[in-house]
Write a protein that binds this ligand. Structure first.
Ligand code: AMP
Ligand code: ZN
Length: 113
């Protein structure tokens, strides 16, 4: 998608610190980590947000969810972690390409701000 920063990361037009990659998903370190481990897991397909998920994305997103535990294990998050999606204005979504934050290696507070 033309101006999407995460599509550019998928296409390697913008560098990223890749943690995991296959034909459908990409995981890379967040530029401004909010925890000792903070990575983003994204579908390579451009989907703007959770609000834009379509019926046809079921397999892709189901697949992504099955990979979370493997990525968490790869990053040493055996003590637990948090998976977060920010959607829309109230969710304070800043990048309009669906992504899940995977945070860990510290005791996270609840509720989020
Ligand atoms: P959100 O507020 O949920 O849309 O989160 C977007 C996240 O993308 C933020 O945590 C940013 O730090 C992160 N981010 C923005 N640009 C980049 C980039 N080029 N590489 C890695 N992470 C980025
Ligand atoms: Zn995109």
């Amino acid at each position: 998608m033309g101006d999407c920063i995460f599509c550019k990361i998928v296409d390697k037009e913008i560098p990223s610190n890749v943690v995991y990659e296959d034909d459908r998903i990409l995981c890379f370190h967040d530029l401004e980590p909010k925890a000792p481990v903070h990575v983003l897991i994204i579908p390579k397909k451009h989907i703007a947000s959770m609000d834009d998920v379509a019926e046809e994305d079921q397999d892709l997103l189901g697949y992504l969810m099955t990979k979370v535990k493997d990525i968490a294990a790869q990053l040493g998050l055996e003590n637990g972690y948090r998976l977060v999606n920010n959607c829309g204005e109230d969710g304070v979504q800043t990048v309009q390409h669906l992504h899940f934050h995977l945070l860990g290696k510290r005791k996270l507070t609840w509720p989020p701000g």
